[in-house]
Design a protein. Structure first.
Lengths: 606, 339
């Protein structure tokens, strides 16, 4: 057993031995409805037309300048409860692509299957499809690039992506396997403990060079009683995520072994009516290596003399204070971060966006039929770029959309401070009127890439939602949405080593209810980037093997749109929108282009 | 009592928190930079110090060596090529670095491409294949050549202490014998085998038997077949349909002398001569082509037989001449002869 795996397993066993009482956590909600069969689901109908124009087409004689497509899609969920403690569900997807000739474009597939229940009123289980998240460093789905606070105008197409890619909004990853969890209550010493365990298969073997890949792990959490004059309390958890290849499957030479163990804590130092103060943090260690497949020869083969087979281990720690002032709704946090350069957590660092995938529209443009870079337009509306899968190694990223933390909080090779401010007053004239947040990260590399010089990073993210209608007590809603992200990457040294890259992303949106349930939507997303950086070429999970040519950018893009939305009821709406996207690069004015899109989307959740 | 309990609990809480921080903050990360140097990958190239040599003359036989020195502004793949002005010998030293020093650019008199260097002037030039760099040169005088490892069986020089028997269809030889028709691999002479299988069509053109001067056994540095290497330099004129065969002959009847037909024959080389120029061929005696040689037989090698074969299956009619040259036959211990 890998040393990193022992601690959480021992803790789980110890908790079971010590627990006088046990209970199932979060019993399945459908139980409340009782046995029976129910139908629910999700449906949408989308028709859209996209056109391209601009100077890039002046020399492009092959481009089709207008594309139109659409679909009707129904995810029909059949939910059955044979008894009070068992529930099964299957989701059948029926999709009809508009333009399919008399049903030839219709596909039917099983989108989801799962069963869950409770054993002896103690142990909760689930098999089949499930959504799992642990912590940002162990098992987690980082936020998408190019998004801060999505205006309502762009949310319908984002919801399409989220639905298709099983994004729940809670940074969970869609897995297929089995999960168990239960809780424990204690009469003294601890207040409660909870145990979760899961195992899932990430991919199947091709019986040749691709082995089955699995992930397993879980969490053991404990909560102390509240003590002292300030209601102090300690919450601690031990987390494990272990990704491995079954080297007996297929005819493979080697496979991954990636273990990540962490301890997270939330110490309530002060829990008062006016002021809360918490000491929070997480720290842990990762190990990754290639494991050789067993050989039939009794004598075996000596391990190859290759760095790829050496185990890389590294640590991370994130610890700080979080405070909340209840009367004003003001919260603040300061965190010290240190994520080692060799830290590798496949299940936490895999991105939502795969920049290497082909885009759905106008993937190649220009006289040379070059690949068009991913833009805000694509990030906003193209499900083909998104994935929920766990990658084989650190994925490619675009520094214009996220250069400071391209792999989320688990981004390796970062050390520094993160500051957070949140403002969401409750009670008073601003109750439900304003919600704002500001996050600042001041980070530095721990280990240089291609030089001893280290990059310095600055990340500023701010967002705000203002409900003007609520503020003035109007009958109709008028909501403003703002979001911005500024990133700066700097490095000194020789001219060839120097890095100076800045990017700014800005989002704004207005939602105005002009008639009963009828909204006017306005939105804009702008990005501009300037400067130079080097993008590493990654091999063997997280090793920097080389650098592609210097990444030089001096471009900007804008996506603006307007539309109408009619809300039939909660979860059912029709929206018709017009959007225009413009891209321009100062260094290549002949490559400027714009995209115009018109679409109608009817969405229903039932 | 209650106050004490609260203090203990508070202490425990802070202790837990502090322990968590301390335990995890002891992070020891690798700090050596990752990947290739950016300045090497993308920086402009410049020669800071042109090529120089540590000495103008060198006596390799006395154990001297030449250190080449130069400096670039970044790490590059560089090549120092030393060419003998009389022999045409070539020594190539390659590296990836920003400086040439004794660590990576020392010449001890060896060669990369045969022939060996002679006592002659040589010219060394430094160039960077990936850069359009000017080549810098330096001249050195070789006063004495390197003494190579191993025991020489035959180098076909005038003072060579071997007997050479030319026999068996020797009438098909034409111009065979000790020669300097092309620059020898070593010294001033090599042995040329040349002829045409046009008298008796049996593939066989002729042979030479090389025996120690005055008879007896060839001296070997070790008798362990796995450790004992037979080395020979062979020259190809590019003549098609030529096959070279070399056999080791060990005393089988205890006479201590070579007696054709009575002693044990071990083929060690049997291959087409399909290359250009000189080539070093090394074979451990444990890999003899036919049968195994014992440790005792390895100590009692009485002759080296070299045969010139015409590949008549591919020859036109009448067959064309075939030829190859041999030079510097040696035994080494533990490894092939290092050029």
């Amino acid at each position: 057993m890998h040393p990193l795996l022992r601690t959480p397993l021992y803790l789980a066993a110890l908790a079971l031995m010590l627990a006088p009482g046990a209970f199932a956590q979060d019993a399945p909600a459908p139980e409340e409805d009782g046995p029976g069969v129910r139908f629910n689901g999700y449906g949408r109908s989308l028709i859209q037309q996209t056109g391209i124009g601009g100077t890039i087409l002046d020399t492009d004689t092959l481009a089709v300048e207008t594309l139109a497509d659409g679909e009707f899609l129904l995810d029909l969920a059949v939910n059955a409860q044979p008894n009070d403690v068992t529930e099964v569900q299957g989701v059948i997807r029926v999709r009809n692509e508009f333009g399919g000739f008399f049903g030839s474009g219709v596909t039917v597939e099983v989108r989801e299957l799962w069963a869950r229940g409770i054993v002896a009123d103690v142990l909760r289980y689930r098999v089949g499809d499930m959504d799992v998240a642990l912590t940002p460093y162990t098992l987690y789905l980082p936020e998408a690039d190019g998004v801060v606070n999505t205006p309502a105008l762009f949310r319908p197409l984002r919801e399409v992506i989220y639905h298709d890619e099983f994004y729940t909004g809670f940074n969970e990853r869609r897995l297929q396997g089995a999960r168990l969890d239960f809780g424990l209550e204690f009469e003294q010493g601890l207040e409660a403990a909870d145990v979760r365990a899961f195992v899932a298969r990430l991919r199947t073997t091709d019986f040749f060079e691709v082995p089955n890949r699995f992930i397993g792990g879980g969490r053991v959490g404990a909560t102390s009683p509240r003590v002292g004059p300030y209601d102090s309390q300690v919450k601690l958890g031990v987390n494990l995520a272990y990704t491995w290849d079954d080297l007996e499957s297929g005819d493979v030479d080697d496979g991954i072994r990636n273990a990540v163990v962490s301890v997270d804590g939330d110490v309530t130092v002060l829990d008062g009516d006016v002021f809360d103060l918490h000491l929070v943090g997480e720290g842990g260690r990762s190990a990754v290596r290639r494991e050789l497949a067993p050989v039939d020869d009794d004598e075996g083969e000596p391990p190859p003399d290759d760095e790829a087979f050496e185990e890389d281990t590294d640590t991370f720690v994130e610890v700080g204070l979080a405070a909340q002032h209840e009367p004003t709704g003001l919260g603040a946090s300061v965190m010290v971060v240190d994520v080692g350069p060799e830290f590798y957590s496949a299940a936490a660092q895999s991105k939502r966006i795969d920049y290497t995938r082909p885009k759905s529209v106008f993937d190649r443009v220009g006289a040379a039929r070059d690949l068009r870079d991913v833009t805000l337009f694509d990030l906003t509306r193209d499900p083909a770029l998104y994935t929920f899968r766990i990658a084989d190694q650190l994925m490619t990223y675009d520094p214009r959309y996220g250069n400071v933390l391209p792999y989320g909080r688990a981004t390796p090779n970062r050390r520094g401070v993160r500051l957070g401010l949140a403002y969401a007053p409750t009670g008073g004239p601003l109750d439900d009127v304003v919600a704002a947040a500001l996050d600042v990260a001041l980070l530095r590399e721990i280990r240089g890439q291609g030089t001893e010089e280290l990059k310095d990073f600055v990340l500023v993210r701010a967002e705000a939602d203002v409900d003007v209608g609520e503020a003035f007590e109007w009958q109709r809603a008028l909501e403003l949405t703002l979001g911005t992200q500024f990133e700066s990457t700097q490095r000194g040294g020789e001219p060839v080593e120097a890095v100076d890259l800045t990017s700014l992303l800005f989002e704004a949106g207005v939602t105005a209810e002009v008639y009963d349930r009828l909204d006017v939507l306005l939105g804009a997303k702008l990005r501009t980037s300037d400067g130079r950086d080097y993008l590493p070429i990654i091999e063997d999970f997280n090793d920097v093997q080389d650098f592609s040519a210097p990444f030089v950018t001096d471009d900007s893009e804008s996506l603006v749109g307007a539309g109408l939305r009619y809300r039939f009821r909660e979860g059912i709406y029709l929206t018709v929108q017009v959007q225009r996207f413009s891209y321009s690069a100062d260094a290549a004015p002949d490559d400027d282009y714009h995209l115009d899109q018109v679409f109608a989307l009817y969405t229903m959740n039932f | 009592m209650r106050t004490a309990s609260l203090m203990n609990t508070s202490t425990l809480l802070w202790g837990l928190a502090l322990g968590l921080v301390v335990a995890l903050a002891g992070c020891d990360h690798a700090t050596e930079f990752e990947g290739p140097r950016l300045i090497d990958r993308f920086g402009d190239f410049a020669v800071l110090d042109t090529l120089t040599a540590s000495q103008e003359t060198v006596d390799f036989a006395a154990g001297e060596s030449v250190v080449f020195m130069a400096q670039f502004n970044k790490q590059v793949n560089w090549v120092v090529e030393v060419v003998g002005q009389e022999s045409g010998a070539v020594k190539r030293i390659e590296g990836f670095s920003s400086t040439l020093t004794a660590e990576n650019a020392e010449w001890e008199g060896r060669t990369t491409e045969l022939p060996f260097f002679k006592e002659e002037p040589v010219e060394a030039r430094l160039f960077v294949p990936e850069e359009a760099s000017d080549t810098s040169r330096v001249r050195i005088e070789v006063l004495a050549t390197r003494e190579y490892e191993g025991i020489v069986v035959a180098d076909f020089e005038p003072d060579s202490d071997v007997d050479i028997f030319v026999g068996n269809f020797e009438f098909e030889f034409e111009g065979a014998g000790i020669s300097a028709e092309v620059p020898p691999a070593e010294g001033e002479a090599f042995y040329l085998l040349r002829g045409t299988d046009d008298v008796v069509n049996n593939f066989f053109v002729g042979l030479i038997d090389i025996t120690p001067g005055g008879g007896g056994f060839f001296e070997v540095p070790t008798s362990v077949p796995e450790e004992l290497y037979f080395n020979v330099f062979a020259y190809s004129f590019g003549t098609p349909n030529t096959i070279a065969v070399v056999q080791l002959i060990a005393d089988a009847n205890g006479s201590g002398e070579y007696e054709d037909g009575q002693d044990a024959v071990f083929p060690i080389i049997d291959r087409p001569v399909d290359w250009e120029g000189w080539q070093a061929i090394s074979v451990p005696l444990s890999e003899l082509l036919d049968g195994e040689i014992t440790q005792a037989q390895a100590q009692e090698i009485v002759a080296v037989r070299v045969l010139l074969i015409s590949d008549n299956n591919n020859q036109p009619m009448p067959p064309l001449p075939v030829d190859f040259g041999i030079d510097y036959i040696t035994f080494t211990a533990g490894a092939p002869l290092q050029l």
